[in-house]
Design a binder for this molecule. Sequence first.
Ligand code: ADP
Ligand code: NA
Length: 327
Amino acid sequence: PGSGRVFSGIQPTGVPHLGNYLGALENWVSLQNQYSSVLYSIVDLHSITQPKDPALLRNNILDMAASLLACGVDPERAILFQQSQVSEHSELSWILGCLTSMPRLRHLPQWKVKSKQKNEGSVGLYTYPVLQAADILLYKSTHVPVGEDQVQHLDLAQDLARIFNYHYGDVFPEARALLSSTRKVKSLRDPSAKMSKSDTQAMATISITDSPDDIALKIRRAVTDFTSEVTFDPETRPGVSNLVTIHAAMATITVQEAVSRAKGLDTGAYKTLVSEAVIQRLTPIREEFQRLRADRAHLQNLLELGNRRARELAAPVMAEVRHRVGF
Ligand code: ADP
Ligand code: NA
């Protein structure tokens, strides 16, 4: 395995959808075999920039833990933990916040978009990227798998590492982005938009724990166009191209191979082929999720073990930081 430390986080939003799986989680699983030290965090602190129902949040944390494990995150190869249970995240976030100017945060995309949607955002939403920087720096991480939408946040983490080092001496390495695949899964109902948990339209998203019947139905209803031949042209034929993307990813074949397997099939018949590939790939994940989720105590123990290992890594870094700062 490569030297260096990988860190990534995901919000506890319940069971991930196919876009999360293909755009992020599949990559997490492969990274745990490529790097010697890997941490994956369920970032619950990040999820309360707007208050959540506590019982629902607790449930979503366990759903996410079970989902990650079911997708193949291996606690022997990666430390899987719950952010809030390692209090150093919040402590480092404060210190980094004191090194961050207000204008630096004002222009970051998440604030610009979400604060407008809400008319007025919380301080937590505003300083969210500082907490993200703390997540990364707390473990002296060197590699951070991110989607394109997060690159500006990683830039802030890099700046804050430099600013801290400038004021207090060399502590933090520079963390580099590992851009995860540019593969984007689109909404099944509106292929001009990405598949997203915030899409409330029925049958727009496939959850990684959907039943075979649900998967087949959703794909059957997927919006395509009036041409029956299957081609891959995301610009002019986003609907059918999305099915090709999904098919190729789930069957681990190239897009070209997927198109050639569709030869002679109209989109209706092709949809059956696509759902078979999705069902085949997701069935073991769904079964493992159900097995894990049925034993709450075991799941909580697994997380607690990860929390302890994360604390062991965080404590000495935080001790060093406190000393450098003058505490
Ligand atoms: P959502 O858009 O459903 O809110 P998040 O923003 O929480 O999902 O994203 C979690 C991870 O999944 C990120 O790494 C993001 O890049 C990836 N991701 C989300 N939606 C998609 C998609 N439709 N296609 C590919 N990757 C996606
Ligand atoms: Na999002």
